[in-house]
Design a protein around this ligand. Structure first.
Ligand code: NDP
Ligand code: 2IT
Length: 450
C-alpha cells in the first residue's frame, strides 16, 4: 500500500473510529485504487482522497410523530450528501431500526462510485431513519413520512438532492413523502423524488430495475467467462424489491430459484419458488416469508439462528444472489458456499459480502459481481425517471428496459476493460472501484479545491 493511501486510511479510521461500516466501505475502495493514485500526482497534491472520504454535508434531524394510541414517538432522520461533483446528490432512503450515521455514510460513499458507473449525471447521497416500519399501520407510516419530509424538504430539490427508496421505503412511502413535499412547496416538482407511482410521474421499469439490472450484469459476467444461467440452481437472500425482480429475471433466463428469505429465516422449495405467491405475501399483504408454506406445504422453512450463518446460505447452489442487507456473507459463510459448489455471486444488496469473504471468493475463482456495478440499475433507472420528469414525457416499458440493459452491459464493459488494462483477472471489485474512481477524481480535480 502506498504511504499516501495508508496515511488517509489511518486518518479515516481515527476520525470515524465508531463507524465500522463506513470504515469498511472506505477500506475496500482505497485498497483497490492504488494504480490510479500512483499515476496522477495531483491526487495527493490536492488531498483528493481526504476530500473524497469526507461527506460534503451531513444533516441529522428530529422526526416526531404520533402513533395510533396517541403516544408521541421520536426518531432520528439523516441525509448524507456525500459527493456532488458529477451531478445532484442521488440515493435512497432507508427506514430500518439499525440505521445510524455509520450505515448512512457507508451507503452514501458507495453511492458516489455506483452513480459514476451508470454514466449518468448523478452525485452520491443517502438518507433514512431508525424508524421501524414493521407492525406499523398505514396511517402511522403516513404520519411518519410527513414528519420526515417536514424537515427533509429544506435540503432537497431536483437540482440539489433527489432521494428514492431503499430498505423499508417503497412506492407507498415515496407517495406519502411526495405528497407532503408538494403540499409544503405548493408546486408539482416531479423530479425531486424517484420511485414514484406511475400515475404521478414515476417511470416504468423503476420497480423492476435493480433486480433486472443485477441479472443483466451477471449475464454479461457469465458470458465473458464462458458460462450461462441455463438450469442453474439459485438461492436469493431477501424477499424485498431487489430480491423479487432478480428472481423474476433470472428465471426468464432459465435458472431455477429454490430459496428466498427474510430476516427471520428462509423457505426452500425444490419445485422452484412460486414468485406470484412471494409478491402477494411481501408486496401486498406484508407478511413473513414463513407464510409461504400455507400454500406450498411441501416447501421447507428454516429459521435463522442468532450468530450462525443465515439459513439461506446453507443451501447448495450454483449462483447466489445476496439481496437483503450489508455484511450478510462473512468468511465462514463464503467457505460453506464454495464447499457447496457456488460459481457466481451477484451482489444485489449494498456491501453484502465482507472484505475477507470477497478475497476468499476471488482466490477460489468464484465470479463476484460487485454491488457498486451490479445493483446500479436501480439508481440508473431513477436517473431515467428524472430525465422523463424534466421532459414532462414518458417512455414505454420496452424503451426504459432497453436503456437499462444497455447501461448494465456498458458497466460490465467498463469493468472488463479495466481488468485488461490493470491486469486484474476476475477481480471485478477492483475493476468497478477503479473505473468509478477515475471518473469521480477527474471531476473533482477539474472543479478545484472545494
Ligand atoms: P426491501 O425493504 O424491499 O427488502 C429488504 C429485504 O431484506 C427484506 O426481505 C428484509 O427482510 C431483508 N432484510 C433487511 N434487513 C435485514 C437484516 N438486517 N437481516 C436480514 N434480512 C434483512 O429493500 P430492497 O429490496 O430495496 O433492498 C435490499 C438491498 O438492496 C439493500 O441492501 C439495499 O440497500 C439494496 N439496494 C436497493 C436498491 C433499490 O432500488 N431498492 C438499489 C440498489 C441496492 P425483513 O422484511 O424481515 O426485514
Ligand atoms: O442503493 C441504491 O442504489 C438505491 N437504493 C437506489 C437509489 C436511487 O436513487 O434510486
Amino acid at each position: 500500500m502506498s504511504n499516501y493511501i495508508e496515511k488517509v486510511l489511518t486518518e479515516v479510521e481515527t476520525k470515524n473510529s465508531n463507524e465500522k461500516e463506513f470504515i469498511q466501505a472506505v477500506k475496500e475502495v482505497l485498497l483497490t485504487i492504488e494504480p490510479v493514485v500512483n499515476k496522477i500526482p495531483e491526487i495527493e497534491k490536492t488531498a483528493l482522497l481526504e476530500r473524497l472520504t469526507e461527506p460534503e454535508r451531513i444533516i441529522t434531524f428530529r422526526v416526531p410523530w404520533v402513533d395510533d394510541n396517541g403516544k408521541v414517538r421520536v426518531n432520528r432522520g439523516f441525509r448524507v450528501q456525500f459527493n456532488g461533483s458529477i451531478g445532484p446528490f442521488k440515493g435512497g432512503l432507508r427506514f430500518h431500526p439499525s440505521v445510524n450515521q455509520s450505515i448512512m455514510k457507508f451507503l452514501a460513499f458507495e453511492q458516489v462510485f455506483k452513480n459514476a458507473l451508470t454514466s449518468l449525471p448523478i452525485g452520491g447521497g443517502k438518507g433514512g431513519s431508525d424508524f421501524d416500519p414493521k407492525g406499523k399501520s398505514d396511517n402511522e407510516i403516513m404520519r411518519f413520512c410527513q414528519s420526515f419530509m417536514n424537515e427533509l424538504q429544506r435540503h432537497i430539490n431536483h437540482n440539489l438532492d433527489v432521494p428514492a427508496g431503499d430498505i423499508g421505503v417503497g412506492a407507498r412511502e415515496i407517495g406519502y413523502l411526495f405528497g407532503q413535499y408538494r403540499k409544503i412547496k405548493n408546486a408539482f416538482e416531479a423530479g425531486v423524488l424517484t420511485g414514484k407511482g406511475l400515475e404521478y410521474g414515476g417511470s416504468l421499469v423503476r420497480k423492476e430495475a435493480t433486480g433486472y439490472g443485477l441479472i443483466y450484469f451477471v449475464r454479461e459476467m457469465l458470458k465473458a467467462n464462458g458460462k450461462d444461467f441455463k438450469g442453474k440452481i439459485t438461492t436469493i437472500s431477501g424477499s424485498g424489491n431487489v430480491a423479487i425482480y432478480a428472481a423474476e429475471k433470472i428465471v426468464q433466463y432459465g435458472a431455477k430459484v429454490v430459496a428466498m428469505s427474510d430476516s427471520n429465516g428462509c423457505i426452500y422449495d425444490d419445485n422452484g419458488i412460486d414468485l406470484d405467491e412471494i409478491k402477494r405475501l411481501k408486496e401486498v399483504e406484508r407478511l413473513r416469508i414463513k407464510e409461504y408454506l400455507k400454500k406450498h406445504p411441501t416447501a421447507k422453512y428454516m429459521e435463522n439462528v442468532q450468530g450462525a450463518i443465515p439459513a439461506v446460505y446453507t443451501i447448495k447452489a450454483d449462483i447466489v444472489l445476496p439481496c437483503a442487507t450489508q455484511n450478510d456473507i462473512n468468511l465462514e459463510c463464503a467457505k460453506m458456499l464454495v464447499k457447496n459448489g457456488v460459481f457466481a455471486i451477484g451482489e444485489g444488496a449494498n456491501m453484502p459480502v465482507d472484505i475477507d469473504a470477497i478475497n476468499y471468493f476471488i482466490e477460489n475463482n468464484v465470479l463476484l459481481a460487485p454491488a457498486k456495478a451490479a445493483n446500479a440499475g436501480g439508481v440508473a433507472t431513477s436517473a431515467l425517471e428524472m430525465c422523463q420528469n424534466s421532459m414532462r414525457y414518458f417512455w414505454t416499458f420496452e424503451e426504459v428496459d432497453k436503456k437499462l440493459e444497455n447501461i448494465m452491459v456498458n458497466i460490465f464493459k467498463a469493468c472488463n476493460e479495466t481488468s485488461k488494462e490493470y491486469n486484474l483477472g476476475i477481480n471485478y471489485v477492483a475493476c468497478a472501484n477503479i473505473a468509478a474512481f477515475k471518473k469521480v477524481s477527474a471531476a473533482m480535480l477539474a472543479q478545484g479545491i472545494i
